[in-house]
Ligand binder design. Sequence first.
Ligand SMILES: Cc1cc2nc3c(=O)[nH]c(=O)nc-3n(C[C@H](O)[C@H](O)[C@H](O)COP(=O)(O)OP(=O)(O)OC[C@H]3O[C@@H](n4cnc5c(N)ncnc54)[C@H](O)[C@@H]3O)c2cc1C
Length: 377
Amino acid sequence: MDFTLTDEQQAIRELFQSFATKEIRPVAAELDTEPRFPGELFARAGELGFFAMRYPEPEGAGLDVQSFLIATEELAYGSLAVAACCTMQALMGSHFVQAFCTGDVRDRLVPAALAGEVRGTICMTEPDSGSDLFSMKTSAREVEGTWRVTGQKTWITSAPFADMFTVFARTGDSDSEERELSVFLVERGAAGLTVGRAIEKMGVKASLTSEVSFEDTPATCMLGELGQGVPYLRRILADIRLMTAALSIGVARAALDDALAYSKERVQFGKPICRFQSIQAHLAEMRTDLEAARRLVQWAAWRSDQGMENADEASMAKLFASEKAVHTCDLAARILASYGYASEYPVERYLRDARFLLIGGGTSEILKLNIARGMTR
Ligand SMILES: Cc1cc2nc3c(=O)[nH]c(=O)nc-3n(C[C@H](O)[C@H](O)[C@H](O)COP(=O)(O)OP(=O)(O)OC[C@H]3O[C@@H](n4cnc5c(N)ncnc54)[C@H](O)[C@@H]3O)c2cc1C
C-alpha cells in the first residue's frame, strides 16, 4: 500500500496491476520472440479506459497526471513493448488531435481515438534529424486550401498499424535555430503516404516501429496554429518525459521482483543466494533506486497537476528513472547469472527492452543539457 495515493489512484493501480499480471505478463515473452501488434491487449487497455484517462471530460475521463502515470507504470510492469504501444496511443498519438481537431473530423476521430478504435502516432524524427529536431527537412505547402506534406520520417512507433499520423513539418524558411514548424494530421490512405516495413530492434519488439514517407501528401487538417509547432512540442515534451520515467519504474520493478524471488530460491554453498551480502547489496540498491525514481516522478506529476511549470523536473525524473532502470535490469541479470542470460527467463528481455528508455523522449545527454541550461540561464 502506497499511502501517498488517494483511494481512486490506489484503485487505478489495482485495476492495471491485475491487467498486467493476469493478461500481459503471460504473453510478453511470445510477443518478444514473434513480434506483432498486440491488438487484443491494446483493445483491453481501451476497455479499461487507459487511452481516455488524461483527457478532459466529457470526451475523456478527466483524471490527473499522477493517475495516468500509475497506470503507465503497471502496463510497463507487464511488458514494456505493450506499454510503449499503449502510451503512444494515449499520449503522443491522440494529444494534438484531441487538442485541435474541430467539426466532423473531431466527431469522427476523437471519441474513437480515446477508445483505441482509431490508432495514432507522432512523426517527428527524420533520418538526419534526431536530437536536433528543429533541423527537420519535412515541409508543408498550401495548395488551393489544402496542406501538402513532403518528407521522410523514421523510427515511428505504431506506424505499421496507425490510422492517423500527427506530423511535424516546416512551414517557414527561417534559418533561426527553431525553424518555423507546424503540425498536421495525415490519415492512412492519403495519396503519397508510404509506411515502410517494421525496423528490427534489440528490444520492445512488439512495439512496431517503421519509416514513413510523404510525397506531396494532402493533410486532413493543420493541428493548431501556423508556425506554433515548437511551443506545442515544448509543452508536450514534459508529459512525454514523465511518461517515459513511469515506464522505467515499471520495468525496473519487474526486474527487482524477479531477481528477489530468484535469490530466495537459488541455493549455492548450502544457502539461498539472498543470504550473501553482495547479493543483498544489489537488492538494496535496486529497491532504493526504484523508490527514489518513483518519488521524483510523483513530485514532477504533482507539479503538473497543480498547473506548475515542470519541464526541468520531468527531465530529471526521466534521466534518473531511465538510467536506474537499465542499471536495475543489469543487476537483476547479475543475480540470475547464467539464467539472466537465458531467453527462457524474462530478465534478459527486461535489459534489452529497458535500453529504449535511454533514447525515447530525449537521450540522457540531451536531458542533462536541458537541466543544466535551466540552472545556468
Ligand atoms: C524504439 C524507438 C521508438 C521511437 N519512436 C519514435 C516515434 O514514435 N516518433 C518519433 O518522432 N521518433 C521516435 N523515436 C526516435 C527518437 O526520438 C530519437 O531516436 C531520439 O530523439 C534520438 O535521436 P537519434 O537516434 O537520431 O540520435 P542522435 O540525435 O543522432 O544522437 C546520437 C548521440 O549523440 C548525442 N547527442 C546529440 N546531440 C547532442 C548534443 N547537443 N550534446 C550532447 N550529445 C548529443 C545523443 O545523446 C546520442 O548519444 C524512437 C526511437 C526509438 C529507439
